[in-house]
Design a protein around this ligand. Structure first.
Ligand code: ASP
Length: 352
């Protein structure tokens, strides 16, 4: 008799718990708009520690992130499209030597700069991307042109440059991308690798010998405009000492960038090989679409659980159709900023 009562009690407790979860889930599904428009950016994740940062450097990053996000925010506030906001915001960061994108791109093993970028709009699922570009000032602009002015999604190398010229985009001499800081980083890695080549750590021979402590300076932006359209873009120089035409996740739709008005927009930064294998950006959207997860739950699962288990490091910025925003990373820091429709600005570098 006692056992039967316990059994019945356990049954009702179980049902009670279940229905609470269901209520939570459905309340998320019908969540009201948090922000009518919003914008979120990153300037790379990695081993960014306060103890290694000067006040001057910290301020420079904060100022550039603020300048970039305010440009996009003003466009959105004035009724502009998320597409325009993402392009203009990323271009500010591409023009700054602080980030590993555009002007500040890292060097390849051959001491050249090869840039990658991608862009996607959530309304139509249209996308454009470029890889291994050496003389186009704004790779993000070129990625958008591939989307709007070609029948293709991804162009690479020389062909991408010819296309850029034909479309009248600004072409620069490859020396435009030379910065002493990035050049010295390459030399440091090469010298370190020379002493390590006897060891059979193959990855170390190609990239930073201490890649787990690397800094990824890719830039990315996701925006939601007043019409409910999401756009996302990512731009990078890739990884220092890359070889053989290596392409990372940044120009891969679904890995480095993804946008879908039904779910969210995402831009990634981190160790590209792992982001490609994990399909990071699309997985976040898929978890929201097929498992009804919230943006927070989906980004946390993909970065803190799936990517981390695989050994990947980095992070994402993401924004959903209701204007909720998420920063998620498994590194010590990530250059990042967000602004909502009230104009509240968040700029952060370290974990907290
Ligand atoms: N994800 C980029 C790549 O692997 C690097 C970065 O985020 O800085 O090319």
């Amino acid at each position: 008799m006692k056992n039967t009562i316990y059994l019945i009690l356990t049954f009702f407790i179980f049902i009670g718990c279940k229905s609470e979860t269901a209520t939570n889930t459905s309340s998320e599904k019908t969540a009201t708009q948090t922000n009518n428009f919003a914008i979120i950016i990153h300037g790379g994740a990695g081993t960014i520690l306060k103890k290694n940062m000067t006040d001057e450097k910290e301020k420079a990053y904060q100022q550039k992130l603020t300048e970039a996000i305010k440009i996009g925010h003003t466009i959105l506030k004035n009724g502009g499209t998320s597409q325009e906001a993402v392009i203009k915001t990323i271009q500010v960061m591409e023009e700054s030597p602080l980030f590993n994108a555009g002007k500040g791109a890292v060097f390849t093993h051959e001491e050249t700069n090869e840039l990658d970028a991608s862009f996607m709009v959530g309304k139509t699922l249209n996308a454009g991307a470029v890889a291994g570009v050496t003389n186009v000032k704004s790779p993000i602009e070129l990625a958008v042109k591939v989307m709007t002015d070609s029948d293709h999604v991804m162009l690479s190398g020389k062909g991408a440059s010819i296309f850029a010229k034909e479309k009248g985009l600004e072409i620069v001499d490859p020396t435009y991308f030379y910065t002493e800081k990035r050049f010295q980083s390459l030399q440091r890695i090469k010298n370190r690798n020379k002493t390590q080549l006897d060891h059979d750590d193959k990855k170390a021979a190609f990239y930073d010998a201490d890649i787990k402590n690397a800094k990824f300076g890719t830039v990315g932006c996701v925006a939601l405009d007043k019409n409910g359209n999401i756009a996302a873009g990512t731009s990078t120089g890739g990884m220092t000492n890359k070889r053989w035409g290596r392409i990372g996740d940044a120009p891969i739709i679904g890995s480095g960038t993804y946008a879908n008005n039904k779910t969210c927009g995402v831009s990634s930064t981190g160790w590209g090989e792992y982001f490609i294998r994990s399909q990071v950006a699309y997985d976040i959207s898929a978890q929201m679409e097929y498992q009804q997860k919230s943006l927070k739950e989906a980004t946390a699962d993909v970065i803190q659980n799936k990517l981390t288990k695989l050994g990947g490091t980095g992070g994402v910025v993401a924004l959903d159709k209701n204007g909720n925003m998420a920063f998620e990373f498994n590194t010590a820091g990530m250059y990042r900023a967000s602004m909502n429709d009230k104009g509240d600005l968040v700029v952060k570098i370290y974990k907290e």
